[in-house]
Design a protein around this ligand. Structure first.
Ligand SMILES: [Zn+2]
Length: 330
């Protein structure tokens, strides 16, 4: 489907026919070894009469809007098994069709369950940069995600690309509710999409804001840009923040994460400016205050990547096609 000018309003029926509802039965057959099942456990929490937050500490979070006209899902989790679990939760509340899936970012742990919702007839919406990197990076994601630890079959993952693209703003009307898609620029990734539910003053923050979680910062095109987006989020007017990783959050948590992104980038910058060798810097920059955060074990790998790009300008990690190598100082 062609990319259209934004802002735009998206309404109407799904393009694909909806198939029979066999999902509750199907998902009950998916229970694997108890360890694997525990690794996939998630909580489906109601945060407004029609809005739910699927909290998966070990995986990734989703948001779900349920209306009489249909359902909108933000992010389909890491694997079709996870998506089946999410769908089973939704089916406890409604038989309404799954109309839309918003793909908030290009990391595989947020979209590799797409095929389950495609089967349900959903239309997929994303930012063009998200689609571009998903296409470019899909095979790598399938090969590198910890499916074995979760008792999941990598071969079950299918590539499902977005149908509709939006540039900066789009509005989805569904069942008397309005959902706003907002792109304020790259945070953790190009294409990071914010999804706002004004009636609940709730915001899903794409890859931009993670709550008490050491996000993988290796992809970020610019830390300055990331901090700017984090600050700009406040003007949206949300009271509840639904992060892609970590628990439900408040504006105070947003400030803590903004501070974190500033601290790690300025910390490495200062070390580089002082001529501190990499190994010495890694010993010094312990960031003890984040030790209990999810993903703290990424500290060394992430700091090394920031150091490297601030010294020789080369990214240690993936840089999307067409984006210049990170500029020193970013
Ligand atoms: Zn993630």
């Amino acid at each position: 489907m062609a990319r259209r000018r934004s802002p735009r309003t998206i309404t109407g029926m799904p393009r694909r026919p909806r198939q029979a509802l066999l999902l509750l039965a199907a998902s009950s057959l998916l229970a694997g070894p108890s360890g694997a099942q525990d690794a996939r456990s998630a909580e489906f929490r109601q945060i407004a009469p029609d809005l739910y937050f699927n909290f998966d500490f070990g995986g990734s979070n989703s948001a779900v809007l349920i209306t009489e006209e249909g359902v909108l899902v933000v992010d389909t989790r890491m694997h079709p098994d996870d998506a089946e679990d999410l769908l089973a939760e939704i089916r406890k509340y409604t038989d309404a069709p799954i109309r839309y899936v918003v793909v908030s970012q290009h990391h595989g742990d947020h979209y590799m369950g797409n095929s389950v919702f495609e089967r349900e007839g959903a239309i997929f919406i994303a930012h063009p940069d998200t689609k571009k990197v998903i296409e470019e990076r899909f095979q790598f994601e399938v090969e590198t995600r910890p499916f074995a630890d979760r008792g999941q079959d990598p071969d079950a993952v299918a590539l499902v690309l977005p149908d509709i693209l939006f540039d900066s703003r789009a509005t989805i009307e569904l069942g008397g509710r309005t959902v706003e898609l907002i792109y304020l620029g790259a945070g953790q990734n190009e294409g990071d999409t914010l999804i706002y539910f004004p009636h609940a003053r709730a915001l899903h923050t794409g890859g931009v804001f993670h709550n008490r979680s050491w996000a993988n910062t290796s992809y970020a095109p610019s830390f300055e840009g990331w901090v700017n987006v984090l600050r700009a989020i406040k003007s949206i007017g949300a009271e509840v923040y639904m992060p892609p990783h970590g628990d439900l959050a408040t504006e105070a948590d947003l400030d803590v994460f903004t501070d974190f992104i500033e601290k790690i980038s300025t910390g490495v910058r200062a070390a580089v400016d002082a001529g501190t060798p990499l190994d010495d810097m890694l010993e010094e920059l312990v960031f003890d205050e984040y030790r209990d955060w999810r993903g703290y074990e990424r500290r060394e790998r992430n700091l090394r990547a920031i150091y490297q790009r601030m010294t020789d300008g080369e990214a240690q990690y993936f840089v999307p096609a067409g984006r210049p190598q990170p500029v020193s100082g970013n």
